[in-house]
Each structure stands twice: as structure tokens, then as C-alpha cells.
Design a protein around this ligand. Structure first.
Ligand SMILES: [Zn+2]
Length: 257
């Protein structure tokens, strides 16, 4: 079986560099062949990148998340440009809008989001998009500003009607452990009806632990539970679905294996 975890906050699962290497090795043993490591700010990005530089099955995304809107750091745009030159950096993200936690204000979040969408387009990178309670604004902005290489709506949390609009923009939709929750009817409907060639999966670890591991801190090695749930929902063989989603991720990020 082959699984591609398109979104893991390895630096938030554990601060210790040795523990981080253990986490990604353990994931590999659970058939998670590749992981995209995500950081919310640039300081963490360069640190986690350094910690994981011997783990060549791990790829990286660089960006400033909406949680950092009031302190993106000095020269943040130049640092993102530098980061995208580094080996195995394959995306800009996570970027987006979060109106749930009211970071900064809407205008400052929108400005940070748009500047990074423009940067991604200029640098030729795809984007990983965070949306919490900001679905309409995210979609309206992407209609104008989605970079050439496209984007992922990560940890999908909207309904099927919204997904159809996102699919029209050629966005990918990534499901995290919350799709396994019994009451997540909107997610089940979306996962059942959407075209498989646009679907991805992720751990969003340490958050969004699959139902089978309730009460635990999420890790990429729990990904098979999410894949198995989706395979059952779509009435498919687990390995077959795993391969399709794995290949989708490779295609999206421009990774050859
Ligand atoms: Zn995340």
C-alpha cells in the first residue's frame, strides 16, 4: 500500500529533532511513503527543514499562515523566495483565511493571503489553502488569484455544493481524519461524489485524529485509518484508492516517484 500524507505539522507533533525523525520513519513503516511537512511560520519552517534534512522522503511547504498575520517576520517575502530554492520544497502554504479565531482583521488576512498567491504564481509553485469560516472570501479570491500551478483546499470542511464550485476552479480537495467522524455528513457526501482525480488525503497531525484513535495526538502513521474509511465509503479496494490518491499527490506537487 502507498499513502501520501499531504499535510502534517511535524514540528507541532514534537519539538525534538530526534523525535521528529522517529515520527517520519514510523510513518514510512505504516505505508506513508511521502509527507508534506507544513509550518505556520518561517522560523519553524527553517528549523524543521533542518531537522528533517536526512529524511529524503519528506517534502516541504513554506508560507505564512493566517495565524501569523500580525507577525509574519522581517523580510518574509524574500525568505519564502529563498525557501522555494531549497531541495524538496514543493509548495507555498499553508496560506489562507481563518475568521474563526479572528487573527488580526479580515483585511490584513486577505492582504497576506493575496500577496502569497501572487508570489506562488511568480515563483511557479502550487499552494496549500487553509479555510476556516471564510469559505466565500477564499473562493472569491481564488477566482482571481489562484496561481497557475493550482491549489489544495486542505482539511476540507465545507459541503458538496461548495466543493463543486471549487472543482470548477480545478482545485484539489484534501480530507483529514475528521472525514472519519460519524456526524461529518457534508464531508461524506463530498468524498462520495467528487471525482477521484481531484482527491487527496492528509493527517493534519497533530490535529484531526481519525475516529479509530480518538483521544490520541494525531501522527502521520495513523493515515491508514482515514484511507480505509474513504475506501469503504467509495466501495473500493484500499490499495487501489491509496495508489490513486498517492499518484494525485505526486502529480500535484511535481514529484516523480
Ligand atoms: Zn494545517
Amino acid at each position: 500500500m502507498k499513502i501520501f500524507d499531504t499535510h502534517a505539522h511535524i514540528g507541532l507533533i514534537h519539538e525534538d529533532p530526534i523525535e521528529q525523525l522517529i515520527i517520519v520513519q514510523e510513518a514510512k513503516q505504516a505505508d506513508v511513503k511521502h509527507i508534506i511537512s507544513i509550518c505556520n511560520n518561517l522560523f519553524d519552517f527553517f528549523q524543521v527543514y533542518d531537522n528533517l534534512k536526512t529524511a529524503t522522503h519528506i517534502y516541504h511547504s513554506i508560507g505564512v499562515s493566517p495565524s501569523e498575520v500580525s507577525h509574519p517576520g522581517k523580510d518574509w517575502e524574500r525568505k519564502i523566495e529563498e525557501g522555494t530554492q531549497m531541495e524538496r520544497v514543493v509548495a507555498i502554504g499553508e496560506i489562507g483565511l481563518d475568521y474563526y479565531r479572528k487573527f488580526g482583521n479580515k483585511d490584513s488576512q486577505i492582504s497576506l493571503f493575496v500577496r502569497q498567491l501572487e508570489l506562488a504564481d511568480k515563483l511557479g509553485f502550487p499552494v496549500i489553502i487553509h479555510n476556516r469560516d471564510a469559505g466565500n472570501d477564499v473562493l472569491e479570491i481564488l477566482k482571481e488569484k489562484l496561481p497557475e500551478r493550482g491549489g489544495i483546499l486542505h482539511c476540507y470542511s465545507e459541503n458538496w455544493a461548495y466543493a463543486q464550485k471549487a472543482l470548477e476552479l480545478n482545485l484539489y480537495i484534501s480530507f483529514a481524519g475528521n472525514v472519519t467522524y460519524r456526524n461529518a455528513k457534508n464531508l461524506h457526501e463530498t468524498a462520495l461524489n467528487m471525482p477521484l482525480e481531484r482527491m487527496l488525503i492528509e493527517s493534519e497531525s497533530p490535529f484531526m485524529v481519525p475516529a479509530a484513535y480518538r483521544g490520541k495526538r494525531n501522527r502521520p502513521s495513523y493515515m491508514p485509518a482515514t484511507l480505509e474509511f474513504l475506501a469503504q465509503l467509495r466501495d473500493m479496494d484500499v490499495e487501489e484508492l491509496g495508489d490513486i490518491l498517492y499518484n494525485n499527490a505526486c502529480r500535484f506537487f511535481g514529484i516523480s516517484e
